[in-house]
Design a protein around this ligand. Structure first.
Ligand code: SF4
Length: 336
């Protein structure tokens, strides 16, 4: 049976954190044996809200590729490529932009949330929002369809973007003939990963993330500041581990001592400082093999660049074929 195509896009605006790893990254590694997997480093999309800071995006492309390789994505199995190296995506975006209204983009819950989070850039009421940012879901539809993406690993918060893509595909197929595939979301087991501060989402802009490349001192500082059960005042007060972020991370990284952590916490036999110290130790153990690979690739950037170049050449061929089909369906395949 033919393998299905899985496409993931990730904006290069910083390093991978645990939210990325448990929310999607683990899936990328597990799925690469079962599917035709591609990972797009979406630098063009990153520019939609970083257009004044292209150097940040440029640096993040390689940093992100390093993190992706370090978690176990194998370039022999997964096509890892850079979005701007595939101009066909930009051309597809132009054709698809006729198939979606401004009002629909403004109603997209993911876009609305992001506009709220970027008040400094787009103003209190989103009055400074750019054409490029509002249209990024259209560009995402171009990403997905360019590579015939059938399954898209996403968190719950990104489901509206997949629905937007499906609508564009349906509209295109209804006007020009059925040539594009509707993608489906592939939700990861852990969905959203909470931040150290108890926020429902771990995020760079929220300042509540542990990064895969964080050194021991940084991890210690972050975990010592994590939110615990506020009702536990004294060391031997019984507490509720279910409201504690330290317990949440013990569970997330599958500390084999988790039952003791839970029972001792409930009975007041465990102090929060010691509990955090245990988590720091376990977290460093958990991250050690990933960080070993990060350091290897950081010392060999030429290997990373070659992987990105090879992946982009391969991806471009697929996108060229899709664009040809799309132009032919629209009827603008002149002089062939
Ligand atoms: Fe959280 Fe551990 Fe303190 Fe319980 S003992 S509240 S699990 S840090």
């Amino acid at each position: 049976m033919e393998k299905k195509n899985i496409l993931t896009g990730i904006r290069p605006t910083g390093r991978l954190h645990l939210g990325h790893y448990f929310g999607a990254g683990k899936n990328w590694v597990e799925l690469q044996d079962k599917y035709n997997t591609s990972i797009e480093i979406a630098d063009v999309q990153a520019l939609t809200d970083n257009f004044e800071n292209p150097q940040k995006v440029k640096k993040s492309v390689r940093d992100l590729a390093i993190d992706i390789l370090a978690i176990g994505v194998d370039p022999q199995k997964t096509t890892l490529f850079v979005q701007s190296m595939i101009p066909e995506i930009a051309e597809l975006t132009v054709y698809y932009s006729n198939l979606v209204t401004i009002a629909r983009l403004q109603r997209n819950p993911t876009v609305k949330t992001e506009i709220k989070q970027k008040k400094e850039l787009f103003g209190e009421k989103g009055e400074g929002i750019t054409y490029g940012f509002l249209g990024y879901p259209v560009s995402q539809a171009a990403d997905i369809t360019a590579f015939n993406g059938e399954l898209i690993p996403v968190g719950e918060d990104q489901l509206p973007l997949i629905e937007q893509c499906r609508e564009i595909v349906r509209k295109f197929n209804s006007i020009y003939g059925v040539v594009l595939k509707e993608p489906n979301a592939y939700l990861s087991e852990n969905k959203r990963i909470k931040g150290l501060d108890g926020n429902d989402k771990m995020g760079k802009s929220l300042g509540n993330a542990i990064y895969l490349c964080d050194d021991e001192a940084t991890i210690k500082e972050k975990i010592m500041g994590a939110i615990t059960d506020k009702n536990k005042i004294k060391k031997d007060d019984p507490a509720n581990p279910d409201v504690c972020m330290v317990y949440y991370y013990h569970k997330l990284i599958k500390n084999e001592n988790i039952e003791n952590v839970c029972n001792e916490c409930k009975k007041g036999q465990r102090g929060c400082v010691n509990c955090k110290k245990e988590l720091i130790e376990k977290m460093n153990e958990f991250l050690a093999p990933i960080q070993e690979k990060i350091h290897y690739y950081e010392e060999h950037p030429e290997i990373v660049d070659q992987i990105l170049k090879d992946g982009s050449i391969k991806a471009k061929k697929t996108a060229e074929a899709t664009l040809k089909t799309v132009k032919s369906a629209i009827g603008i395949n002149y002089f062939e």
